[in-house]
Unconditional design. Structure first.
Length: 307
């Protein structure tokens, strides 16, 4: 048996998919092969909010899965829409790597060291909202492209810095290029950031059983809470919503802490709230925190850029 693992063609996607395939082979003894799939998100350089949000990175892989061209699809979990996909199951969420955002700036600078007026690139309304809320006097500019493209804009002087996911740099073995790792309590990551999603066909119990060996309970609980909040806010993957959950020990009892942010890309206004509860109830924690945020007016902020 050879498992065909579907992946986007970018260097980051193929690297993280290869890591999943290798780990799967180690744990189960099955042979694996990567199958690259071209997605609309990779072919189109326009802002994600212009043509459907980050779900455009997912649909082609899911189509290949349902058509039988691949047996497993590996995604960055933050790219997956919160609505269930018919005929597909999320069979494994491996251990999360690093939820934080990373800054790569000229001259080894941190965000706080950049002079006022510095141009900082990001394609994320969530990052833009939180960066502008810091009041540093920087200019946040739109940015798309793979890791090399983004970092190249700093090297050639077009931008003073870029902000991107630390997990991607870690998986590529390039984390040393980050000049700062942002505290997730200061700049909350995207729901699911740093985690991977391994999907298979819902009726393929054999592959689902193999993938289950990769699943990490704490990571799944955390991202389930984050995505429950996102779904309850009725916000898309590209909305200005940040969320970070972690399992903590409370006198010997595991508890799930969830912190969330909703803001306007201009930097104001914004809402930050947190909630805690049983690790067995991640969906409920996300729903309750979302209800509190909606009561504070989060719906008007979510609509700013939600697809």
């Amino acid at each position: 048996m050879t498992l065909r693992v579907g992946t986007r063609a970018s260097a980051l996607a193929t690297t993280q998919s290869a890591q999943v395939a290798e780990r799967l082979a180690e744990l189960t003894g099955v042979e694996t092969e990567l199958v690259t799939i071209s997605t609309e998100g990779d072919r189109n350089s326009r802002p994600l909010t212009d043509f459907g949000g980050q779900g455009v990175f997912v649909s082609a892989l899911r189509d290949a899965l349902l058509e039988g061209a691949v047996d497993v699809a590996v995604h960055s979990l933050k790219d997956i829409p919160t609505a269930p996909a018919e005929g597909i199951t999320l069979a494994a969420v491996p251990s999360r790597v690093d939820p934080r955002d990373a800054v790569v700036a000229r001259d080894g600078l941190t965000l706080g060291e950049l002079p006022p007026g510095s141009r900082v690139g990001t394609g994320s309304p969530r990052r833009a909202a939180q960066l502008n809320a810091l009041g540093l006097g920087i200019e946040v500019v739109g940015l798309r492209g793979n890791v090399d493209t983004r970092l190249g804009k700093v090297r050639n002087g077009e931008l003073d810095a870029v902000v991107l996911a630390a997990a991607g740099l870690r998986r590529l073995g390039r984390i040393e290029e980050a000049t700062e790792l942002l505290d997730p309590l200061q700049v909350l990551p995207a729901p699911g950031q740093g985690a991977l999603a391994c999907e298979c066909r819902a009726d393929d119990t054999e592959v689902a059983g193999l993938l289950a060996r990769l699943d990490d309970d704490a990571t799944r609980a955390a991202v389930t809470a984050e995505r429950s909040l996102l779904a309850s806010l009725e916000a898309g993957c590209s909305a200005p919503v940040g969320a970070w959950a972690e399992v903590v020990d409370d006198d010997g009892t595991p508890q799930l802490w969830l912190r969330a942010f909703v803001g306007d890309p201009s930097g104001a206004p914004s809402i930050r709230l947190s909630a805690t509860g049983s690790v067995q109830d991640p969906v409920g924690i996300g729903e309750r925190l979302a209800a509190e945020m909606l009561a504070e007016g989060a719906d008007s902020l979510v609509r700013v850029v939600a697809p």
